[in-house]
Write a protein that binds this ligand. Structure first.
Ligand code: C5P
Length: 230
């Protein structure tokens, strides 16, 4: 089967306060995007990678990521869109146009740079076993409240039934394509697929697959390196 990983990496990453697109922010001297793509390739289950880069940085992103191509595969770079969902849609269209035989599509945030290859493998395995959509998840350790517009609590969902969602999210390529053509909106790709009425399965995620958004997260990521990960 042809497994293609789409990597939305076109965010400006202003919350990191680095003055660089987030994908190019280094941790231990290596850009987040390079670490994220390495994790995908090291799973041994990804044939091609399509990166959505900030439009002004397509050349530098191509230069930095070209050496990471899997054996017999390619790393392609396209200019991303205004929102994350636009970047995914652009990368997906490019993958389906340029890489015939694509049957499984992963969507993986560059910001989850330390995702272990085992998580990538588990997601691909589940899609190849017949699940049309698969997401890695972790249990929720905090109690979560739903509040109204004034911040007053309206509900306390049962924590045992809640999960936090990571990436890569994996899909049957036709299903993801249908979801992105639907005109629906959701905060992640699995949310779009869910709205089509397609079941979304889960596999265990990993704490190292945390999303690096703030300077605090960067400090945690540096600590992971000191601890021998990445
Ligand atoms: O901004 P946020 O942290 O939610 O972004 C999640 C991922 O989506 C990041 O890897 C970011 O680079 C990417 N993104 C994108 N295109 C945008 C905005 C965000 O590819 N326009």
């Amino acid at each position: 089967m042809g497994v293609v990983a789409l990597v939305p990496a076109a965010g400006r990453g202003e919350r990191l306060g680095y003055g660089l697109p987030k994908a190019l922010v280094p941790v231990g001297g290596v850009p987040l995007l390079v670490r994220a793509v390495r994790g995908l390739v090291d799973s041994g289950r990804v044939q091609h990678v399509v990166i959505a880069a900030p439009p002004s940085d397509v050349d530098i992103v191509s230069t930095v990521t070209a050496p990471l191509a899997p054996a017999g595969g390619a790393v392609l770079v396209v200019p991303g869109g205004a929102e994350r969902s636009d970047s995914v849609r652009i990368a997906l269209a490019h993958a389906l146009g340029e890489l015939p035989g694509t049957t499984v599509v992963l969507v993986h945030d560059a910001a989850r740079a330390f995702t272990p290859p085992e998580v990538v493998k588990a997601v691909v395995d589940a899609v190849e076993a017949g699940c049309p959509a698969v997401i890695p998840v972790l249990p929720v350790v905090d109690t979560v409240k739903e509040v109204d517009a004034a911040g007053v609590v309206v509900a306390t969902p049962d924590r045992a039934a809640l999960r936090v969602v990571q990436t890569p999210q994996g899909f049957d390529a036709r299903v993801l394509s249908r979801a992105h053509a639907s005109g629906l909106h959701a905060t992640d790709d699995a949310g779009l697929v869910e709205r089509l009425g397609v079941p979304v399965a889960t596999v265990p995620g990993h704490p190292d697959a945390m999303k690096i958004t703030t300077p605090f997260d960067l400090a945690v990521a540096e600590a992971l390196l000191v601890g021998g990960r990445g």
